[in-house]
Design a protein around this ligand. Structure first.
Ligand SMILES: Nc1ncnc2c1ncn2[C@@H]1O[C@H](COP(=O)(O)OP(=O)(O)O)[C@@H](O)[C@H]1O
Ligand SMILES: [Mg+2]
Length: 373
């Protein structure tokens, strides 16, 4: 069995690094406060939160993980919350909830589907709020009834704004009363939207959750983890370790993807080297090709110019932008901001442009001329 997984959140025992982050999140929750994790997609947010839940469950907490990805209406938001409690609670509180659930008023009104057509009407309809408020109150009720505390994870949280621009206000109006009953972790990949939800004074959740950054994985931890897993499965990573660390640059999912493909190409009893590594790297580029093209297609011309300048990292961003056909500094600035907000680039003081491409495979592909070969 290949010991490197790259396509879904990891079980807690397989995480590289992240001990400090877990500890910090436990402390914040135990002290009755909320936190937020804002990091680009596939940076290990959900994996870390699974580990946090496991730690707190050991301390007797209830834990629920609500994924808001793709919600369109407040009714969707309410349904996601209810479903999470229904499927994830354990022990006595699960039985309590099975009964309590029967008392909740329906979250979907008659005639209102989940489709995009119903979206606008419901988003503007205050009648969608009471059912959601009832579901947001579940941990408070549970605490009153059983005295147990709850960790509530709201993952891909920025998507609630699609349901309603007021969603954060509705949520705050209930959870501000939770005190010891529940601690919340808000996680999201859309950096710009998460920032406006929590760092803009005019928004309801401003100042309500402590920010935790996820940095790239530490190369020392990555090296020893990969080396140990190769050895445990009767292989050696040998000379391929260096180029792997170079290419992946600590990006969690890309690291695991490359390790997976390299392991696959290394014979039992064998050692990865000059043949296996290039083959694995080529395969990785082929595997992500469609995804990279889709990202590129979703960018404006100005953003493509800036992304290319950042990927090539030859000179400052404005000079490079002009070299790639751009004109004014102002539009380059707007493109930089958009790429930062979507999590395609991040600040990097060591780079000539001052930024780096978050996904190293996207960076390679862009710098190499954006062709299939
Ligand atoms: N701490 C970690 N150690 C090793 N791999 C990780 C780690 N965090 C994430 N990954 C890799 O990244 C992938 C995506 O992780 P996930 O938690 O789903 O990220 P996110 O929720 O930020 O999108 C996982 O399948 C795994 O391969
Ligand atoms: Mg996730």
């Amino acid at each position: 069995m290949n010991p490197f997984r790259y396509s879904e959140p990891l079980p807690p025992s397989e995480l590289i690094d992240r001990d400090e982050e877990t500890e910090t999140l436990v402390e914040i929750a135990v002290s009755g406060n909320n936190s937020r994790i804002v990091a680009p997609r596939r940076y290990g947010k959900t994996s870390l939160l699974t580990r946090l839940a496991e730690e707190l469950a050991k301390e007797g907490w209830n834990t629920v993980h609500v994924d808001f990805f793709g919600v369109l209406t407040l009714a969707d938001v309410a349904a996601r919350v209810e479903r999470a409690y229904a499927s994830q609670l354990e022990g006595g509180v699960a039985a309590w909830f099975a009964g309590f659930r029967r008392r909740l008023r329906p979250s979907l009104r008659i005639g209102a589907g989940e489709g995009a057509g119903a979206d606008l009407a419901i988003a503007l309809d205050p009648a969608a709020e009471p059912p959601l408020l009832e579901r947001l109150a579940i941990p408070r009720r549970m605490f009153e009834r059983t005295g147990t505390r709850t960790l509530v994870v709201f993952d891909e949280f920025q998507d609630v704004l699609t349901a309603s621009d007021r969603a954060d206000a509705v949520i705050r109006s209930e959870i501000q009363h939770h005190g010891d009953a529940a601690s919340y972790v808000f996680a999201g990949s859309q950096l710009g939207m998460m920032r406006s939800l929590f760092a803009d004074r005019r928004r309801a959740l401003y100042g309500q959750a402590r920010a935790l950054d996820l940095s790239p994985l530490d190369p020392v931890d990555v090296a020893s983890h990969i080396d140990a897993r190769f050895r445990a499965t009767n292989r050696e990573i040998g000379d391929a370790l260096d180029p792997l660390l170079d290419l992946a640059r600590g990006h969690p999912q890309r690291t695991m993807l490359l390790a997976h493909l390299l392991w696959e190409r290394t014979a039992p009893g064998g050692r990865a080297g000059d043949e296996e590594w290039p083959a694995a790297a080529d395969r990785a580029m082929a595997e992500v090709q469609d995804e990279l093209r889709a990202i590129w297609n979703g960018l404006s011309t100005g953003q493509r110019r800036v992304l290319t300048a950042v990927a090539e990292n030859r000179d400052g961003i404005y000079a490079a932008g002009r070299r790639h056909g751009g004109s004014r500094g102002g539009s380059a600035k707007a493109a930089v901001d958009a790429l930062l907000d979507s999590g395609e680039i991040q600040p990097d003081p060591a780079a000539r442009t001052g930024y780096r491409v978050v996904d190293p495979l996207l960076g390679e592909w862009v710098a190499a001329g954006r062709t299939a070969e």
